[in-house]
Design a protein around this ligand. Structure first.
Ligand code: HSE
Length: 395
């Protein structure tokens, strides 16, 4: 028996999805008793040299009106028209899977409600962690756990850039070009380097863990654009690696989520996550700490996660989500977050003498809130000391 799907967007991930389906055809058929066939591929472009050339369509109505198409795999990226196309598919009683973190993080509530109303599924394994099955793990294997915290390296491009800068001395722009050539970066790579992509992913993870979707604009987000190589070297000399970390935790019923570059100590397994790899640590009340590791971006790993959702839905084991919108009173602001801070200054000031000095002008403070760290920074500036960098330390 054959089950038919349609692919929306034949770019890096969309073409990877067709490839994974082709190479796993027999495996899926042996394991599940049916074959999965992409009947249509929607794209603005033609692909005359592709083995899928005869399935390319430019008119979405052909897909919507074909009752044989049970599921639509949206890999277009961006919010529009991905949102409208996904809603239209579900209203036509077709389930939707996506790799599109932007549309899930910004319009997830509307999409999930539409899925519920139409008795279909909306699933998004590939939206976080590339090929890592983090969403399925939280939904199924960890369902019996009250999740207290998730910390992760959630963006492959920035992790690749940081690794290349740190271990091979490659300049930032060259490392970014490499990541683009490898198909890791977003269409607009500022979404990667400014932390926006990781912010969307931590919003999705927080919603999975705590049932409430925080609007990405309400999540404190810093990227790696202004990271100075002096700080990368200082951190390395003291046994830390600087990583772009997405973190979410619950505190007395309130949810905190943020993204920023952090000093990760060598004792933390996230410290050894390099290149395009992502690592995601989940803390559950019964299981304790679990970490998942794998390729966080790239054609085939991301396509593998898309196909996992397709298989789950077509075999009848899809998941229904019921998230709520996080109200302001549900959110713990970033200023309340407490951590140790790495501070690099130019000039001398007694108020740093009590802290650990790790390099010339570079200190690691004791634990303090963001508000107190900002006050310390102000005191330093007032006493004529220039604060060149302030970063948080994980753990
Ligand atoms: N640009 C993203 C990354 C792709 O580098 O992680 C995978 O979501």
């Amino acid at each position: 028996m054959k089950k038919y799907i349609a692919i929306l967007g034949f770019g890096v991930v969309g073409s990877g999805c067709a490839e994974v389906l082709a190479q796993s055809k027999k495996l899926i058929s042996d394991r599940l008793g049916f074959e999965i066939e992409p009947k249509y591929i929607l794209d603005l472009r033609d692909f005359p040299d592709s083995p899928y050339a005869d399935r390319i369509v430019h008119d979405y109505d052909i897909i919507l009106s074909d009752p044989e198409v049970e599921l639509v795999a949206e890999m277009m990226g961006g919010s529009h028209p991905a949102l409208e196309f996904s809603l239209a598919a579900m209203k036509a009683k077709k389930s939707v899977v996506t790799s599109n973190k932007e549309v899930v993080a910004t319009h997830g509530l509307e999409l999930l409600e539409c899925a519920r109303e139409n008795g279909v599924k909306y699933m998004f394994e590939a939206s976080v962690g590339g090929g890592i099955p983090i969403i399925h793990t939280i939904d199924t294997s960890l369902v019996q756990n009250d999740i207290t915290e998730i910390d992760g390296i959630l963006n492959g491009t920035t992790n690749y850039i940081l690794t290349r800068m740190n271990s091979a001395g490659v300049a930032f722009d060259d490392a970014l070009s490499e990541a683009r050539e490898k198909g890791y970066a977003e269409a607009d790579p500022s979404a990667d380097i400014d932390g926006i992509d990781a912010c969307r992913k931590i919003a999705i993870l927080a919603a999975l863990a705590f049932g409430k979707l925080i609007e990405p604009e309400k999540i404190h987000t810093e990227g790696i654009r202004n990271l100075d190589s002096t700080d990368v070297k200082n951190a390395a000399s003291a046994g830390y690696a600087i990583k772009l970390i997405g973190r979410t935790f619950s505190d007395n019923g309130r949810i905190c989520a943020y993204v920023c570059p952090m000093l990760v100590p060598a004792s933390d397994p996230l410290c050894t996550v390099n290149d395009v790899f992502n690592g995601i640590k989940v803390n559950g009340d019964a299981v304790g700490e679990v970490m998942l590791y794998g390729r966080g971006a790239g054609k085939m790993p991301t396509a593998s996660a898309v196909v996992a959702d397709i298989v789950n839905i077509l075999s009848g084991s899809g998941v229904d989500y019921s998230w709520e919108r996080a109200k302001d009173s549900d959110i713990l602001g970033f200023e309340a977050v407490s951590s140790r801070h790495y501070i690099r200054v130019t000039g001398e000031c007694g108020c740093l003498s009590g802290f650990e000095k790790i390099a010339d002008g570079a200190y690691i403070t004791s634990e303090m809130s963001e508000a107190d760290a900002a006050l310390l920074e102000k005191r330093l500036e007032e006493s004529g000391v220039r604060v060149e960098a302030r970063l948080r330390v994980l753990g």
